[in-house]
Design a binder for this molecule. Structure first.
Ligand code: ADE
Length: 286
């Protein structure tokens, strides 16, 4: 089942995996992405992943916390097969670079068609391009993406590309829907950037494609949604995403393992001293 659009959604009777025919109509609830969780309204985050290699991504999204987030209705995944938008009888998505050089580049037409097919249903969806020349992904960005704080997120690339093409930028909305375009092969036609909102890099090294960065981004965003990792009291939900401390060292039984002892303070029962010790031993993410 690798073609077309595939969605994993929560329904009254459990999780549902569906193949969605191209051109499917938006039903009345399609854009309703608010989830009421313990009395607090949370924006459900939808991810549409445009890829040629769905099988490289899917197992992770169906496991553990990602699955739990879908199960709770906090997130939704959708796959779009870029090949479906390929050109000619071979559904080609890439071509050789003008000016010569090694490798193949993703062509504009399939990429634009794939993105436009998603935007036809949700014009406010934001397009993320994993690329080694993007902004380096960090916890601050993960938080901003998890909260849908688009104005705080790097829009510089898109603004510049739109300004060059004399296209006015669209208004940003509060619905949270990310389209992650996973390029493969040696790269992409630069004009693709005109339809991209954010270029994100995992670091200064080159991967073979955007699938791993997509998973890293999705994972680090989803774990910040209240209710995914627990944190289900109202206070914890309201301080949503404040948990960006690197955890303090933790220990469980036994108290003494091969001469390595649990710090005395943690056995003391003195909650004030324990909190102080933990604060002193926590790392901070920037
Ligand atoms: N694609 C290839 N390398 C990458 C990287 N380091 N970060 C994001 N996307 C990439």
């Amino acid at each position: 089942m690798n073609s077309g659009v595939w969605r994993l959604t929560k329904t009254n009777s459990g999780l549902k995996q569906t193949n969605v025919p191209q051109g499917w109509a938006r039903n009345s609830g399609e854009n309703d992405r608010k989830v009421v969780f313990h009395g607090i309204i949370i924006d459900m985050i939808k991810f549409t992943i445009i890829t040629l290699f769905r099988e490289a991504i899917e197992p992770y999204l169906k496991s553990s916390m990602m699955w739990k987030a879908v199960d709770k209705g906090l997130t939704e995944f959708e796959f779009v097969n870029l090949r479906d938008f390929g050109l000619g009888p071979h559904k080609s998505v890439d071509d050789t670079p003008y000016g010569g050089g090694d490798g193949m580049l993703l062509r504009c037409e399939p990429v634009f068609s794939a993105i436009e097919s998603v935007k036809a249903k949700d014009p406010e969806a934001k397009v993320i391009l994993p690329t080694p020349v993007g902004e380096i992904w960090n916890q601050k960005l993960a938080k901003a993406f998890a909260k849908g704080e688009f104005e705080k997120i790097c829009c510089r690339d898109r603004s510049r590309a739109l300004a060059q093409a004399s296209i006015p930028p669209s208004n940003f909305s509060n619905s949270i829907h990310y389209i992650i375009l996973c390029p493969h092969y040696e790269g992409y036609d630069e004009r693709i950037l005109s339809i991209v909102d954010y270029k994100i890099s995992l670091g200064k090294y080159v991967l073979t494609g955007g699938e791993l960065p997509a998973l890293v981004m999705i994972d680090s965003i989803i774990r910040l949604i209240p209710g995914v990792l627990g944190g289900e009291t109202s206070a914890e939900i309201e301080s949503f995403s404040e948990g960006d401390n690197l955890e303090y060292p933790q220990y469980t039984r036994p108290e003494d393992f091969r001469g390595m002892k649990v710090p005395e303070v943690l056995l003391s029962g003195n909650h004030g001293e324990i909190a102080k010790w933990r604060e002193e031993h926590s790392g901070k993410l920037t």
